[in-house]
Ligand binder design. Sequence first.
Ligand SMILES: NC(=O)c1ccc[n+]([C@@H]2O[C@H](COP(=O)([O-])OP(=O)(O)OC[C@H]3O[C@@H](n4cnc5c(N)ncnc54)[C@H](OP(=O)(O)O)[C@@H]3O)[C@@H](O)[C@H]2O)c1
Length: 352
Amino acid sequence: MPRVFFPRFAMLTCFVVTLCWNLDLNFSTVHHHPRRGTIAATTACIASFLGSQQTTAETQRTVLITGANSGIGLATAIDLAGKGWKVVPLCRSQGKLRETLEDITDLVPDANIETTPPCELSDLRSVGACINKIKTSGNKFDALIFNAGIDGAPFQKTAQGHELHFAVNHLSHFALRNGLKDVVKDDHRVVSVTSSAALDAEVDLSDLTWEKRTYGRHDAYAASKACNVLFTDELARRFHGKGSFASANCIDPGPTATQIVRYAYPERALQRKDMTPMQLEKQARMFGLKTPAQAAQGVVWLSESNEVRQLPDGQWWNGPKILFPSVELSWRNEAMAKGLWETSEEFVKPFL
Ligand SMILES: NC(=O)c1ccc[n+]([C@@H]2O[C@H](COP(=O)([O-])OP(=O)(O)OC[C@H]3O[C@@H](n4cnc5c(N)ncnc54)[C@H](OP(=O)(O)O)[C@@H]3O)[C@@H](O)[C@H]2O)c1
């Protein structure tokens, strides 16, 4: 059902409850679920209460978000749902999809969420099937947010023979963009979540499977995050070449207290999964990290702010209105971006 109105009373209630929650005021009537009510809650509720306009089927914007069940992706989904966007979250299992729905609607009760079949990003067959389903859903996307990611996995090849970081962090998103290019609005935005780890990257298009070089977990993550930047550069160039109103940007959200550490520090990742917002905020402060809601601000800004329309795209950002420091990088050039695009195109072609 299209979302046609936004009840301000519900949002005010949500805002007050969440604020009290974050201030650690204990109401016995408020049922605390550890996974729910991320720190994003306050932000989302304030945004919803203050920013909610009457949203009609005509004005509602639609976003697809990968990795929407956790960390920065979930905080982004909550924020945009609170601002009246229709959210299409991609998760890899029905169970995670259900939890995501609960997490979003707990904070944004009248959120408009459309579910898709599970999408396992390490398997291009699953991504292809998901694309086919989304293409027939009747949605026209205003934004595609390519956020899902893994960091520090031991060497592993996917069913299609690709290295895992490359497959999940880059190739699946490349497939999603190309597979969905006919179901986006003319002025849609593509936002990719990269990392400052890309600064350490060495991109070797002739050895994407790490057979000639010694595999390193950080090296593979760094290279896949460089691919996010190269994808953005090439996509923006292609948009400009066609005189398109669409835009592509990428962003490093900065070090954030999420489950991205699941390979490096599995216990810490598990602990974070069950933390209350207060506990997570405390840990973030202690380690000098951002909370997921803080990290999501830049992603949200790139996806929905009118201000972004006035700015050149094809940029690597660090936060709202903050560009990532410009540095000379061995891999960041037009030939590499074009080469990666063409290689990726060949890899995904059989699945689209
Ligand atoms: N946190 C940081 O410090 C930091 C810093 C710089 C950049 N980033 C980037 O931020 C993005 C979001 O990460 P996060 O920090 O929010 O970490 P997170 O909490 O671990 O979230 C990662 C998301 O990606 C999904 N994902 C991973 N592998 C998948 C697969 N094979 N199929 C489908 N979904 C998959 C996860 O789903 P499951 O729950 O099913 O695994 C989860 O929803 C990543 O691209 C990361 O590189 C993070």
